[in-house]
Ligand binder design. Structure first.
Ligand SMILES: [Fe+2]
Length: 308
């Protein structure tokens, strides 16, 4: 039992050209050859793709794909999901090959968040070269980064990810985002069997229209984070949270809204944990400094206008 890391994401969009600009010109991600079915694919390292962008009529975060050890682990996981009442849809050999994996299946958590699990990953036969000269993204055993979702049925969804899938609790906060008297909002930050603080997380709340809260890519240093921030402004993308540092995974970075509506967290210097010895924490706040969220800024502006 256990999950190795986040392998890839699949996104549906009506505006693949906008996603292409966003990934290559803001994020500095490399475009790879299109998939046989026409989906656009993007790399951040040796893996054949980390982003699969499918043209569709909607803006939707379709899948976060996580890797398991081998065929036995994949089969055992599919059985645990079925026994827990979940649905398991095996990818065809052709679909798995298009993912660059030996085998995979699709499922969803109790909040409806789309997940795939696979084994037998592959590497591309050409080198990763960022179109913007970023030396590398921090991946390797820690995977692509992390994906963050929402779950109105928080506790049921947590039980699924922890007890059925095999993610482990890293930080289990209850944030008072709406003031000290409002009910707290639970969050679960869960790690896979690697050093990344969390490979998946979700907050208590309705699933947003785009299907996800954010995904995170880890850049090699603060210079590259700052340059990405400049590119966001130069190309007119909306900042969802200003530069700041998280208390739990120590990531320094900012959030930019993707063309599909959810955010991309662009960060660096993330904490590396020892997954075998980690004791779950319970933080009271999100950030050590910074991270002014767009909704906080809008509220402040409204209050200032009302006071005039
Ligand atoms: Fe994040």
């Amino acid at each position: 039992m256990g999950i190795k890391a986040l392998g890839y994401v699949v996104i549906e969009t009506a505006r693949p050209d906008k996603w292409d600009e966003f990934l290559t010109q803001v994020a500095g991600v490399m475009r790879a050859a299109d998939a046989a079915d026409g989906a656009a694919q993007y790399r951040i390292d040796a893996r054949p793709f980390r982003f699969r962008i499918e043209k569709s009529g909607r803006e939707w975060f379709q899948i976060a794909g996580y890797e398991v050890e081998d065929a036995t682990a994949l089969k055992a996981l599919s059985e645990r999901i079925r026994n827990a009442g979940g649905s398991v849809h095996a990818l065809t050999a052709e679909e798995a090959a298009a993912r660059g994996v030996q085998a995979a299946f699709r499922t969803s958590d109790p909040a409806g968040n789309g997940l795939e699990f696979f084994y037998g990953d592959s590497i591309a036969d050409t080198a990763f070269v960022s179109p913007l000269g970023i030396s590398h993204f921090v991946t390797g055993k820690m995977g692509m980064g992390h994906a963050v979702f929402s779950a109105p049925n928080f506790h049921e969804t947590l039980a699924f990810h922890r007890d059925v899938i095999g993610f482990h609790e890293t930080d289990m906060p209850a944030f008072h985002l709406m003031g000290p008297d409002a009910p707290p909002m639970h969050f679960a930050f869960l790690h896979a069997d690697n050093g990344r603080h969390h490979s998946i997380a979700f907050g208590e709340g309705p699933v947003p229209p785009s299907g996800a809260i954010h995904i995170m890519l880890e850049y090699p240093n603060l210079i590259e984070v700052g340059k990405a921030h400049d590119r966001m402004k130069a190309l007119g993308y909306a900042e969802s949270a200003s530069l700041g540092q998280h208390i739990n995974d120590e990531t320094v970075g900012f959030y930019v809204q993707t063309p599909s509506g959810f955010d991309l967290e662009i960060g660096c210097d993330s904490l590396v944990i020892d997954p075998a010895r980690w004791q779950a924490t319970k933080h009271e706040t999100i950030s050590i400094w910074g991270h002014e969220w767009a909704w906080q800024k809008a509220m402040k502006e409204q209050q200032a206008e009302a006071a005039e």
